[in-house]
Design a protein. Structure first.
Length: 411
């Protein structure tokens, strides 16, 4: 498939991707997709007959969030994506001089990508076996790194939706209580151990009623798409506060997401089998067919002066518990989900130390600092540093990606 729109070789936004987002230009917000370096205003598309074969209310395309668009359901939103794919081909509907200058095609640099969904609830899982094992070794007992429940259920907790922001929004270093080793009373001040967590998030695309459960077989129908997710964490605050009820202020001050929602349809080609689950899981967590995704992931730290260091190269395929199992577990007790809810994977760590998804693990509790190109070193993230995450899939010359998930830390 070739588009008449120029697509750079390394672009995340090929004709095979066509993710959904919301852009802002002054006071105007609209649903959009992107191909190459061109953003396509879906609201402006309604002034043409491109969507004539589907019932599409134009009001859902000029809102601050995609929730009402997503609520139209996959039969509509998938069709929108396929129509756009066809229309953007050489000789397709939009390959016509009359559409140039019609406000449909906008250079990506001219718009601001904003949070694409109104996030109702945010749940964070803990589904990477390598990550859970690393944390268990560092903080508990190397012989019993995984807690007894870990291999039987996708561990998770309810997070905070209000502080989830899109790529590009600076993060303020949080203050809080910490307890130094050997001390008898806590300190208060800015965290000294600000960390990232490399995660992927998925967006709920269909409501359930309270009392209803989603099976692993139904789960994909309820997942609209995926985005990159940096679950910022303050390790020193976390260590003092997390017993007995789990993470609180160490986690709820900020999370950064990539602003494009890559659809499950676009990711279908990149499905692969997940790790063998042993011991056997309970029947409600069993599933059929490949449910993991081969998504390459990277994390760079960029200093204020622009010195850049890749600190992690990982892959979403390492996840022990897949998204269908997470959703089945989340709803097995009748907990309802709503369109726009966000579920994150938990830190994604691979098997080798260059594939770990947090500074805590990369620097192994501070014992192996990262050397930066400017001669400084990092155990955690400094003020002025930008943490930059990327995610992309490649197969048979087809490439799709997630766009940037970047944020700079401010004092
Ligand atoms: Ca997390």
């Amino acid at each position: 498939m070739n588009s008449f729109i120029y697509i750079p070789d390394d672009s995340d936004f090929t004709i095979y991707n066509l993710p959904f987002g919301i852009f802002q230009k002054e006071n105007y917000f609209a649903a959009c997709t992107r191909i190459g370096d061109t953003v396509i205003d879906l609201y402006q598309c309604m002034s043409t007959s491109v969507f004539k074969d589907i019932h599409l209310e134009e009001s859902v395309l000029c809102q601050r969030y995609l929730n009402d668009f997503i609520a139209l359901g996959k039969p509509v939103t998938s069709k929108v994506r396929l129509i756009l794919q066809d229309a953007l081909l050489i000789g397709g509907f939009f390959d016509n001089d009359m559409f140039k200058g019609a406000g449909i095609f906008i250079p990506a640099d001219d718009v601001n990508m904003v949070l694409p969904i109104q996030i109702g609830d945010y749940t964070d899982f803990y589904s990477s076996k390598e990550h859970a094992t690393n944390v268990g070794i560092m903080f508990r007992d190397p012989a019993n790194a995984l807690l007894p429940n870990w291999l039987h259920l996708p561990v998770g907790y309810h997070g905070r939706a209000s502080s989830i922001v899109p790529s590009g929004v600076p993060i303020r270093r949080p203050s809080g209580q910490t307890m130094a080793d050997g001390s008898v009373k806590p300190d208060f001040g800015p965290t000294k151990q600000l960390d990232f967590e490399l995660e992927m998030g998925f967006v709920i695309g269909k409501n359930t009623e309270m009392g209803q459960s989603i099976s692993t077989a139904q789960a994909e129908d309820y997942i609209f798409g995926l985005m990159l997710f940096n679950d910022w964490s303050a390790r020193d605050i976390q260590r003092w506060e997390y017993v007995p009820l789990g993470p609180f202020l160490a986690k709820n001050f900020a999370s950064t997401i990539s602003p494009w929602i890559v659809t499950l349809e676009a990711l279908e080609l990149f499905k692969i089998p997940g790790p063998l689950q042993e011991p056997e899981v309970l029947p409600y967590l069993t599933y059929k067919g490949p449910k993991n995704y081969d998504i390459h992931l990277s994390v760079d730290i960029v200093t204020e002066q622009g010195h850049e260091k890749r600190v992690s190269t990982s892959n979403f395929k390492y996840m022990y518990w897949n998204m269908c199992q997470q959703l089945a577990h989340h709803t097995v007790n009748g907990c309802n989900v709503r369109i726009g809810d966000l579920m994150a994977s938990g830190t994604i760590s691979g098997p080798t130390s260059d594939s770990y998804g947090s500074m805590l693990e990369i620097c192994w509790k501070g014992t192996k600092p990262v050397q930066m190109p400017d001669g400084t070193e990092r155990k955690f993230i400094n003020d002025g540093d930008t943490v930059s995450m990327r995610g992309w899939c490649e197969k048979d010359d087809i490439r799709i990606g997630f766009g940037p998930c970047d944020a700079q830390v401010k004092r």
